[in-house]
Design a binder for this molecule. Structure first.
Ligand code: SF4
Length: 285
């Protein structure tokens, strides 16, 4: 099942054994094509702003189920004369909680005889499983590490990313910077901007204190509203203001393209809509 948004974004929902489903999103840009890939059906982390975290965890994907999402994207793009150039593990699931299959799939995707995608163009994200970050540093697989940070103080991050109660912010940044030191790869820190929650001057200053002088890049992602959560999307002006406040902290920062907003293109949302429709009562008249 696919859904296109002005032909720039294509979402595909995959039905898996055991009645589970996951989604993958192809995004086309002038200079590259990126696949956002899923590693688990559902997610055990349960971030309260996330569409995926609202449903019970299903299961880990096997390596071949992850690679098949990439093969599909390669075929779809080849038919348009395009090449899959980047893969980001930012779909459904916590990749580090399915470590072996994710690493195996990265090896297959980067194998020159298979898909030949450079590991440097593969982004593995995590909400902060510190032991797995250390393990990744030993793999000799220079993927880009992305940390789903969203808050720079434990008090707030404990709420937004519940695994923070086990692996707090300072330790997470130390472990991700150890990865940067080992691989020479700059770490991407992801920040979903939630109106009135983590878009204040205080947040920008705390972020500066946490990351200044580090091998770090901050990626701001304006929140894509999810039904049934109390969070709101920030106004454009608020996004611009927060970006400027973060820049003033001497950090590298970009705002992620939020294309596809109208077509459920945020992580987990096509799946969420399908699950909702399945759960809806069938009209009787
Ligand atoms: S934001 Fe990521 S880690 Fe958190 S529940 Fe959603 S998929 Fe899982």
């Amino acid at each position: 099942m696919s859904q296109a948004d002005r032909s720039l974004t294509t979402k595909t929902l995959y039905e898996l054994d055991g009645g589970h489903s996951v989604e993958a999103v192809v995004m086309r840009y002038a200079d590259r094509s990126t696949l956002c890939i899923s590693s688990q059906a559902g997610c055990p982390i349960g971030c309260p702003f996330c569409a995926t975290g609202k449903f019970p965890f299903g299961r880990n994907l096997k390596a071949h189920e992850i690679v098949e999402q990439a093969l599909d994207a390669v075929r779809m793009l080849a038919a348009e004369g395009r090449r899959l150039s980047h893969v980001v593990f930012m779909g459904m699931g916590e990749p580090m909680a399915n470590y072996q299959s994710v690493i195996e799939s990265v090896r297959r995707m980067s194998d020159a005889d298979l898909l030949g995608i450079s590991p440097r163009r593969i982004v593995v994200s995590t909400s902060g499983l510190i032991p797995r970050i250390a393990q990744l540093g030993e793999e000799k697989l220079p993927v880009t590490l992305a940390i789903s940070l969203h808050a720079a103080r434990d008090e707030l991050r404990d709420v937004l990313v519940p695994i923070n109660r086990k692996y707090p912010v300072a330790e997470l940044v130390a472990s991700s910077q150890a990865y940067a030191g080992k691989t020479g790869r700059r770490v991407s820190y992801e920040w979903v901007l939630l109106a009135g929650v983590n878009d204040t001057e205080r947040d920008a200053k705390e972020l500066g204190t946490l990351l200044r002088g580090k091998l770090a890049h901050v990626n701001l992602i304006p929140f894509n509203p999810v039904d049934g959560t109390p969070y709101r999307a920030p106004e454009r002006a608020a996004v611009r203001r927060f970006r400027e406040m973060v820049e003033a902290q001497s950090l590298n920062v970009t705002v992620r393209d939020t294309r596809g907003r109208d077509a459920d293109a945020a992580c987990g949302q096509l799946h969420e809509r399908v699950m909702r429709e399945r759960a809806a009562p069938v009209p009787t008249s």
